[in-house]
Design a protein around this ligand. Structure first.
Ligand code: FES
Length: 104
């Protein structure tokens, strides 16, 4: 599928490919976005934090307890559609998602 990504400088890229064997974090890394993913995708570092558009947030599945705990630690940055992108799994329904990369 393809998604739209807005980077930390506000640059908007459409048609960013997201392969079906990648988490959203892995997609961003594969497309050379500066996501550190320090914990390797284990919902424990928050460096993959990003904001989803509202419709995508609704479709992206429930936030599990470990992710919720990490999001709590960055409450200053957190917004209603915040997710740890390593916890967002590929889904055909997420085509056209708009992802805004969170602050460092
Ligand atoms: Fe560490 Fe997502 S990569 S929380």
């Amino acid at each position: 599928i393809e998604i739209t990504v807005i980077d930390r400088e506000g640059n908007r890229a459409e048609g960013v490919p997201w392969e079906d064997d990648e988490s959203l974090m892995e997609c961003l890394v594969a497309n050379s976005y500066p996501i550190l993913a320090t914990c390797g995708g284990n919902a424990s570092c928050s460096t993959c934090h990003s904001f989803l558009d509202r419709a995508t947030f609704e479709k992206a599945g429930e936030i599990q307890e470990d992710e919720e705990d990490v999001l709590d630690t960055i409450e200053d940055e957190r917004e209603p559609t915040s997710r740890l992108t390593c916890q967002v799994e590929w889904d055909e329904d997420l085509a056209g998602a708009e992802v805004t990369i969170g602050p460092m």
